[in-house]
Design a protein around this ligand. Structure first.
Ligand code: SAH
Length: 244
């Protein structure tokens, strides 16, 4: 972070602001939050309710089970949070575009994000359209609310911010860099229940270690994620092997 830059800032709109910072108040993200490397504001959607019962939801038009978050209440909550044109406005949604490390990298490189957490059956479509919310998903399964998804998104961004993890995130070796899953990791003890650490990792030969890791990463990706393997960058490059 350079002196004149504002810290990365997450604004979360939720019916459960007490869920934040939650796990993000601990460990490296928590230390970085305390030291001002990033900022978090959790705003209660209910504070923007317009009636005296402070209602935020109503029954779905057309019938059916559950409740839907009201467009007027949510729009008022978004407006009260302040619309900054260059800060992405995300809606956590199982219908959204699945998040990728590439999208996270872009988010982390920007000023931050405004994140809307749905609840119940979801939110009125008109507020999605009227406030140009970008629907993003954390995976093809359904959560009870957007809060745990928002925590995941913020966590993934914050760990990439300069100074948060120091040298730990080089970006070079991690899963999804170059479209590959990460190679297997080992640490002491040398023998665990009769299983030993692969000999090459004890060799001290950095080139051999790098080649082994690369081959393991490629084999794992091919076996577990043929979709990533097919979509990886530079896929015309000949496949490297341990001895090649
Ligand atoms: N009826 C909706 C599911 C609502 S789940 C449907 O079938 O699509 C309630 C809220 O949880 C959603 O509004 C959303 O904010 C959040 N949520 C659930 N699953 C999610 C996922 N996979 N990714 C991101 N947010 C999710």
């Amino acid at each position: 972070m350079t002196g004149d830059m504002k810290p990365w800032r997450a604004t979360v709109l939720t019916l459960f602001p007490e869920m934040f910072p939650g796990p993000l108040g601990l460990s490296l993200a928590g230390k970085a939050l305390a030291s001002g490397l990033w900022e978090l504001e959790a705003r209660d959607i209910r504070d923007s309710a317009v009636d005296r019962h402070r209602s935020v939801d109503d029954t779905p038009a057309g019938g059916g089970p559950g409740m839907v978050l009201r467009a007027d209440v949510l729009a008022a909550a978004i407006d009260a949070a302040g619309m900054e044109p260059d800060r992405p406005r995300l809606l956590m949604s199982p219908r959204g575009r699945p998040l990728t490390q590439a999208r996270i990298r872009k988010l982390a490189a920007g000023p931050g994000a405004l994140i809307v957490c749905g609840r119940f059956e979801g939110v009125d479509q008109r507020v999605i359209d009227a406030r140009a919310l970008e629907e993003v998903s954390v995976g093809d399964y359904v959560l009870s609310g957007g809060e745990t998804a928002a925590l995941a998104v913020i966590d993934a961004c914050v760990r990439l911010l300069p100074g948060v993890m120091g040298k730990l995130v080089s970006g070079a070796d991690e899963s999804f860099s170059e479209g590959l899953l990460e190679y297997p990791q080992y640490t002491r003890p040398q023998a665990f229940e009769g299983r030993t650490i692969p000999e090459v990792l004890n060799s001290g030969d950095h080139a051999r270690v790098a080649a082994w890791r690369r081959a393991e990463a490629e084999a794992l990706t091919q076996a577990r994620r043929p979709d990533l393997w097919a979509a990886r960058p530079n896929q015309n490059r000949p496949k490297r092997t341990t001895d090649g």
